[in-house]
Design a protein around this ligand. Structure first.
Ligand SMILES: O=c1ccn([C@@H]2O[C@H](COP(=O)(O)O)[C@@H](O)[C@H]2O)c(=O)[nH]1
Length: 233
């Protein structure tokens, strides 16, 4: 398992996305395709970006009954993505179904991870709106343990929780962490945030960075700053 910076390509269409990726001459950053781009362009955008040599995290966060998730994952398994995900809140049965659906006849499959609690969710909101009373780090760790028990490879969590998850689920259990902001930058709609440097310190395996790169005046320089802080590159 490698450490890397994943750029969240939250763009409305193919043209904007490819124009953005063209700025990274000589580099092939790991790319996250999320709901906005996938719903606008469909599976072809995955094939196009994969064909250009990027690794892809397809972030669709599936959350439905086990049978539906299993069949949806079977549809996605042929796309050639490197990583994809579900919501751990769908329960162990659903995560096991996702794993079955994603596994190809030859036994190969992309990395499958589970979202614990969205990084936009605060302790207060979780308690007041979702009626979950336990401390947020405990909830996240418990969801991670369920994901591990279901056979998944790791979780999406905040970097702030990466250390606790590794302690509980083992160092080989992957932590993929959005909620990244440079020091002093606005949190936007995120709640549990930290810097790339702190994410490194806390043991994140992958950081997922969207707006700090995509909205930067110089996206390539912002990406390089992430590499420097997170990977010492
Ligand atoms: O808990 C989660 C799960 C997924 N995300 C996704 O990561 C990026 C973060 O974008 P920023 O612009 O850096 O805030 C975005 O695509 C989310 O869908 C997340 O933020 N939190």
């Amino acid at each position: 398992m490698g450490k890397d910076v994943i750029i969240a390509c939250d763009f409305p269409n193919k043209k904007t996305t490819l124009d953005f990726l063209d700025k990274f001459t000589g580099r092939k950053p790991f790319v996250k395709i999320g709901m906005e781009l996938f719903y606008a362009e469909g599976p072809d955008i995955v094939r196009e970006i994969k064909g250009r040599g990027h690794q892809i995290f397809l972030d669709l966060k599936l959350h439905d009954i086990p049978n539906t998730v299993e069949k949806a994952m079977a549809s996605l398994s042929g796309l050639g993505v490197d990583m994809t995900n579900v919501h751990a809140a769908g329960t162990r049965d659903m995560m096991e179904a996702a794993l079955r659906g994603l596994t190809r006849p030859d036994g190969s499959r992309p990395i499958l991870i589970a979202v614990t609690q969205l990084t936009s969710t605060s302790q207060e909101r979780m308690q007041k709106e979702l009626l979950i009373d336990a401390p947020l780090p405990q909830v996240v760790t418990s969801y991670a343990q369920n994901a591990k028990a279901a056979g998944l490879d790791g979780v999406v969590c905040s970097p702030l929780e990466a250390g606790t998850i590794h302690e509980s689920c083992g160092r080989g259990f992957m932590t993929v962490t959005p909620g990244i902001r440079f020091a002093g930058a606005a949190a936007d709609d995120q709640s549990r945030i930290t810097t790339p440097a702190k994410a490194k310190e806390m043991g994140s395996d992958y950081i997922v960075v969207g707006r700090p790169i995509t909205k930067a005046d110089d996206p390539v320089a912002a990406y390089e700053r992430c590499l420097t802080e997170f990977l010492d590159q």
